[in-house]
Write a protein of this length. Structure first.
Length: 616
């Protein structure tokens, strides 16, 4: 009879009543069995909370083992969002020896954003050596650090490592990132590659990461991973491959890589694509990029519309770029207000751009502090901005700084520092810097001076041609040729240096190339006179005085008078001598003495000697 009084007998009696459809009697027996701690009776009572006994689930339930029955009850309480009862039954299953339940319970809490409870479950799973629970706990700690207070960074890293070593694939990439970034472990590119290679079997992002990690050391292998990631739809990988083609100037290939993804690409890819298409298509893709809030697209649309004369539209896009703090846009906004002579606003925008190290804005800040626009004059502050612009490779600023050291303005005069800065100047200012280098080296290293002038001339500095010509004419160079002098003078003359006509005239006049040619000398003197070159008036007068005609003498006197009026001392001496020696029409010794005295007062030694000789 003892057997009949225990929980098992009561439980099976309850099952018989269930089969007979007598639910009330069955429930009474189930409660009685439960009071005798018969677990299966408790499970059936819990089942009855969830389902009817005539449901299809009843037969499934009866076929399960005891542990599976407990898990079945927990799962179904969870399905109706009764997390409290689900938690109780899952923990009951764990006590009865069920595996992997902590992970399920943790997932349930995680789905409800109950991070603390979820991580507590996962950590219990870790204690039972569940590597996947370690990954999940670490993931929550990583994603919701402010909701989880008891997981340190070091513990989080340890959890990821534990999961990865337990072959949880999802943990491979986080572990790889630790070795890339040096989070609680030493940076190791080799180990970062190792874990990314494991992840690359199933992760496109890991494939892309491998492309990045191998980019400089193993470019072929890097390209392999970029291509693999791109084929799997990774847009960043496509972007990297396109950039490689651009570096090799393979624009068509770059377009072919980006074209299939352009409709779904982000603003960076669309903007890059806009730089690869024909000019008439560019606006279309820039507008697409601007719709995705590309600041570079805003600025480029500004420049396009500005060039097309659509000023209002241009400034609309400039304002958008400025609002997005686009550096070049800030600078151009400054220029916009500078054109309007609104110096305060111009200064404000140049200042904002200069904070972001825009080299042109830094130079403009130097200028504004120098002359006091929008701010009080402060030469020291101007010098500071000029140095900053130079450090940002602004070539004009470097050139100006070199001039300051050359002239000793605001800084201690330092020709050596000036030379160093001039030698570093590039772009369109290089021709001027080379010209100054030629002048600096002229007195100490003639050949280096010549090389600088030749380089300056090759960059388009016509003034250098004059100095090269003068060096040949005066034998300053190791190998000097008068034909080279004439050639360089002609280059200078036809490019804005009319003084060179005078120099060519002197060469032909005095036969410095071995042949006197007065006709060519006259032609070149007259060309120089047309440009008011004062030396040419004097030299042509000398030539005319050599001709045995009355008309030439008269013309020579007129030329000398023009030169005298412009304070040209040699002309004063020569005209004074002609008066004293009675070699002019209407010679006037008194006038001659006045001219010699005037030249003598201006420091001419010959005039002083002749004056003393004349006055006895």
């Amino acid at each position: 009879m003892k057997w009949f009084k225990n929980g098992e007998k009561l439980y099976y009696t309850a099952l018989k009543y269930i089969d007979q459809g007598n639910e009330k009697r069955a429930i009474d027996y189930l409660y009685a069995a439960s009071e005798k701690k018969y677990v299966e009776a408790k499970c059936v009572l819990a089942f009855h909370e969830l389902f009817d006994f005539d449901s299809k689930e009843w037969n499934i339930f009866l076929s399960l083992s005891l542990i599976d029955k407990i898990v079945f009850i927990a799962d179904n309480f969870l399905s109706v969002d009764n997390i409290i009862k689900a938690d109780r039954w899952y923990r009951f299953a764990i006590k009865r020896g069920a595996d992997n339940i902590w992970s399920i319970l943790g997932d349930a809490y995680e789905a409800r954003k109950l991070w603390e409870e979820a991580i507590s479950c996962y950590m219990n799973g870790v204690k039972e050596q569940d590597a996947y629970c370690a990954y999940k706990a670490a993931r929550i700690a990583n994603t919701h650090p402010y909701s989880v207070h008891h997981i340190t960074i070091e513990e989080k890293v340890d959890l990821y490592f534990y999961a990865a070593k337990g072959d949880v694939k999802e943990a491979y990439e986080p572990v790889a990132s630790f070795f890339e970034d040096g989070v609680t472990v030493d940076v190791s590119k080799k180990l970062a590659i190792y874990w990314n290679e494991k992840a690359a079997e199933f992760s496109v992002q890991a494939q892309f990461k491998l492309g990045e990690l191998l980019k400089y050391d193993q470019p072929r292998k890097s390209r392999y991973w970029f291509l693999k990631a791109a084929k799997s739809g990774n847009h960043q990988a496509s972007l990297e491959i396109a950039k490689e083609h651009i570096e090799r100037n393979e624009i068509v290939d770059a377009r072919e890589i980006l074209s299939p993804i352009i409709d779904n690409a982000d603003e960076h890819i669309i903007y890059l694509y806009s730089t690869l298409v024909e000019e008439e298509e560019r606006e279309k893709y820039l507008l697409m990029a601007s719709d995705k809030k590309s600041t570079d697209a805003y600025f480029d649309l500004y420049t396009i519309y500005l060039n097309h004369g659509n000023i209002n539209k241009a400034y609309d896009y400039l304002d958008l770029a400025v609002d997005a703090h686009h550096v070049k846009a800030l600078f151009h906004q400054g220029r916009r207000y500078a054109k309007m002579k609104d110096w305060d606003k111009a200064y404000m925008y140049f200042s904002k751009a200069s904070i972001r190290s825009d080299k042109e804005a830094l130079r403009m800040m130097a200028k504004y502090y120098w002359i006091g626009r929008g701010v009080e004059v402060d030469k020291n502050q101007a010098l500071l901005y000029l140095r900053r612009a130079t450090s940002e490779e602004d070539q004009l600023s470097r050139y100006i700084l070199a001039l300051l050291y050359l002239k000793g303005k605001l800084v201690v005069q330092n020709p050596m520092q000036s030379k160093t800065l001039f030698s570093q100047v590039k772009e369109k200012w290089e021709k001027y810097a080379l010209f100054h280098l030629g002048l600096l080296y002229l007195s100490e290293d003639a050949e280096e001076s010549k090389r600088c002038f030749e380089r300056a001339l090759s960059c388009g500095n016509s003034g250098a041609a004059w100095h090269l010509g003068y060096g040949h004419e005066t034998n300053q160079w190791r190998i000097s040729r008068m034909s080279e002098a004439v050639l360089n003078y002609r280059i200078a003359a036809h490019n804005g240096y009319p003084e060179s006509f005078n120099n060519i005239g002197v060469i032909y006049h005095h036969g410095k190339d071995g042949i006197i040619d007065l006709d060519r000398a006259e032609t070149n003197y007259l060309n120089a006179i047309d440009h008011s070159v004062i030396h040419a008036y004097y030299n042509y007068a000398v030539l005319l005085l050599q001709l045995p005609t009355f008309e030439s003498d008269e013309k020579a006197i007129d030329l000398l008078k023009v030169a005298v009026d412009r304070e040209f001392v040699p002309a004063m001496v020569l005209l004074g001598r002609l008066h004293i020696e009675n070699q002019t029409i209407n010679a006037d010794k008194k006038e001659g003495i006045l001219l010699l005295k005037r030249a003598s007062d201006l420091g001419d030694v010959d005039a002083k000697d002749l004056l003393l000789e004349t006055l006895g």
